[in-house]
Design a protein around this ligand. Structure first.
Ligand code: ADP
Ligand code: MG
Length: 716
């Protein structure tokens, strides 16, 4: 068991509250906390500038054009005027240099700007150039009084920081941040920023010292120094993130006791030799070996299993659960039990059907428990869990409710991980004296870079091979104008005996509209298929569970040929005879989600198709994204592209993961450095897990003084 606690920081100047810094004070201190999450000196030090300006480089107003990005101009203020009423109220000032004149505009912070501006004075102005009715403007510029002689000095790069209107109103402009940071660096010395990266890494990658890096990221002597500073601090960020994850994993490996399943017995062997309906792929065998090694080690397994849709994760889970059932508890001598938890009722039902069919001739007791299990049944199931007669419990999160007690819970499978939180995983652990081994399965391919950061504390297996004989799913993008042809195509396929899905987007913010679209779509589909033998099921989230289930079952049995639905059918649903997937408004889906949807077809022996429908007008961006899907069937490639396009923040399941909130690093652009940081951290942890070697002491002490950071330590 682990206990979470927070190590109090040693007295350290960097942990001083920001209001103690000269020039800040209580009021500004409060504002810095609220607006920029700057609480301490350290936070301010890590509030990095987003760019630097060379104060000696001044643009002429006449040289600004619609292609100009940011500009710095100096000139005389000739006019200030408040224009417009209420919401269109704005302050407009005219600035003139020897080549022309331009407008400076404020929509917010007007009273603050008014105080600052005096007609006839000279100002230095910096900001993003825009054009409005042919007039060159800068909206909300950084602005300060300009003394021409000050700029004559030698070239120096002045940092510019993000600021907000509220901060600016208190005088905390982007450039005021520079003054504060400068004052802070003056107060600090090298000893306040001790080295935290081992010597060998410093020299291997030729990193500059920590002190130099912090000085140079704010006030670089040259562009080159700035580059060095960023490189070093990015590595530091990635390296410590990897160290923390790696230490969590290593602590677990070393200390978290688990049940030892060292026996592969009759149940596994009988099933494998007699009932397994196909040959395992090499990838499945490899993963099974990894699992067997874990569960035989005496430590608790915590493994993430990734495999594209249809790669055959379920059978790996079943075989593992059979091994659990082959092993008996050391003291009560009853067999170990397993749970398989799925995110939805439909999926739980499906897993239950698959598994109970496969083991029907074996002495294995499998039960299904969901929110809608009848009371009598539920009582029987709970009893079987508690007295140990049940071997495998399949269900929704109902299986981890407190009422469910197991005699010997030894193995837990969680399907489609991103829908289950860590808290729920932890709950499973508390059911017996030792935690069960945990296998988390996901079909949402996670690019390696993301897996390293978001799930770095889990062990990680991949099924990177599909069972033989699968045909790639032909994917095309079609515009609305081609709808009649798409429908004709569906009709032809159905006449050959196939089934089709038509999926509508469901975006929660506009659930009502989506729902109306779905209903409209349903009527439309009906009118396209007036044939008496064409039956249509509809499934969506607003239906009562029973109705949803009936409609789903009719499609599964082949009583209906077309399934119109929202994304409730996204994960796991298995209807091998369905060979067409039509996605409406495909541009509204993420790429990985489209890939998931596409995985609903291509499950049988027939050639399958995925048709991505969009309006006639879609952005070039959207077309490019859909093209990726048309070009490849490989979920990992799709996920990599998705990550590149959307950035890590948007990938499902990672939003809450603070691990991705890097200040400097970006796991897409800096993936090479991420790998280097990962390797460095792994090597240290493998050779010196307690960080006692002299070389690694800087790492250890840095990890310990990280104020407020969570540290995990073993208790008893
Ligand atoms: P997923 O990884 O998406 O959960 P499933 O476990 O549902 O995939 O497997 C998809 C289909 O492939 C199932 O019908 C399963 O029986 C079949 N299957 C799994 N492994 C193999 C294999 N090695 N050879 C042939 N078919 C397989
Ligand atoms: Mg599955």
């Amino acid at each position: 068991m682990y206990k979470q606690f927070i190590i109090s920081s040693s007295p350290n100047i960097l942990s001083s509250p920001v209001e103690y810094l000269k020039g800040v004070g209580t009021l500004r201190g409060e504002l810095l906390k609220k607006e920029s999450a700057i609480f301490t000196f350290k936070d301010l030090l890590e509030y990095y500038p987003f760019r630097h300006v060379d104060k000696t480089k001044i643009d002429k107003i006449a040289s600004l054009n619609p292609g100009s990005d940011y500009a710095q101009v100096a000139g005389k203020l000739t006019h200030v005027e408040l224009i417009g009423e209420k919401r269109s109220k704005r302050l407009v000032a005219c600035l003139q240099d020897d080549t022309g004149q331009m407008e400076l505009v404020w929509f917010q912070g007007i009273s603050w700007a008014e105080k600052l501006l005096t007609v006839g004075h000279y100002y230095l102005v910096f900001g993003k150039v825009s054009f409005f009715m042919n007039q060159v403007q800068i909206n909300h510029p950084e602005i300060e009084l300009y003394a021409a002689e000050k700029a004559e000095g030698k070239k120096f790069l002045e940092p510019v920081y993000y600021s907000t209107e509220k901060l600016k109103a208190r005088g905390l402009t982007g450039r005021a941040f520079a003054k504060l940071t400068y004052a802070l660096l003056q107060q600090l010395s090298v000893k306040d920023l001790p080295e935290n990266i081992p010597e060998t890494l410093l020299s291997k990658y030729r990193f500059i010292s920590r002190w130099d890096a912090f000085c140079s990221i704010h006030f670089p002597a040259s562009e080159e120094m700035y580059t060095h500073a960023v490189r070093r601090l990015k590595f530091e960020e990635l390296f410590f993130a990897q160290m923390r994850l790696g230490l969590l994993r290593s602590t677990r490996h070393r200390f978290s006791k688990g049940w030892t399943f060292n026996k592969v017995g009759d149940l596994f062997n009988t099933f494998y030799n007699t009932y397994l309906p196909f040959k395992l792929t090499n990838a499945q065998k490899k993963v099974l070996k990894e699992i067997r090694k874990d569960i035989g080690s005496g430590k608790q397994m915590n493994r993430l299993l990734q495999g594209d849709v249809g790669s055959g994760k379920t059978i790996v889970a079943l075989l593992s659960m059979l091994i659990a059932a082959d092993n008996i508890h050391p003291t009560n001598c009853d067999a170990f039990q397993s749970v398989l938890m799925a995110p939805t009722e439909i999926l739980a039902q499906q897993h239950f059907n698959t598994i109970s069919a496969m083991v029907k001739d074996m002495p294995i007791c499998v039960k299904l428990l969901t929110g809608s299990s009848a009371a009598k049944q539920r009582r029987e199931i709970l009893k079987a869990c508690e007295d140990g007669t049940l071997n495998i419990l399949v269900g929704t999160h109902a299986v981890i409710e407190d009422k469910v007690k197991f005699r010997n819970l030894g193995f837990a499978v969680i399907d489609e991980q991103h829908k289950f939180g860590v808290a729920q995983r932890a709950k499973l652990w508390n059911k017996n004296s030792l935690p069960p081994h945990v296998l988390v399965m996901t079909a949402t391919p996670i690019p390696r870079t993301l897996a390293l950061t978001a799930y770095g504390d889990l062990d990680y297996s991949v099924i990177d091979e599909l069972p033989p004989g699968r045909q790639p799913i032909a994917t095309v993008h079609r515009f609305e104008s081609k709808r009649p042809m798409v429908m004709d195509f569906i009709r032809d396929e159905i006449k050959k005996g196939r089934q089709a899905y038509i999926v509508y987007p469901l975006i929660e913010e506009s659930a009502k509209m989506d729902y109306e679209n779905l209903m409209k779509g349903f009527e439309e589909v009906k009118s396209f298929f007036p044939e008496p033998k064409f039956w249509i099921s509809m499934v969506h989230g607003r239906q009562p569970a029973a109705q949803k289930d009936t409609n789903m079952q009719r499609f599964v049995k082949g009583d209906t040929q077309i399934m119109v639905s929202t994304t409730v059918i996204e994960v796991g649903v298995n209807v091998p005879n369905a060979s067409i997937m039509v996605v409406e408004s495909a541009e509204k889906f993420g790429l990985s989600q489209l890939h998931q949807l596409r995985g609903r077809v291509g499950r049988g022996s027939e050639k399958s198709f995925c048709i991505l429908l969009t309006g006639n007008k879609v952005s070039k961006d959207a077309r490019e994204r859909l093209k990726i899907l048309c070009a490849t069937n490989d979920g990992f490639k799709v996920a990599e592209k998705d990550l590149e396009i959307r950035g890590p923040g948007d990938i499902e399941g990672t939003k809450q993961s603070g691990l991705l909130n890097f200040k400097l690093a970006n796991i897409v652009n800096d993936r090479v450095m991420l790998e280097a940081a990962k390797n460095a951290a792994t090597e240290i942890i493998n050779t010196d897990p307690d960080l006692i070697m002299a070389e690694n002491l800087p790492v250890k002490s840095y990890l310990q003084i990280q104020k407020g950071k969570t540290v995990w330590s073993k208790i008893s």
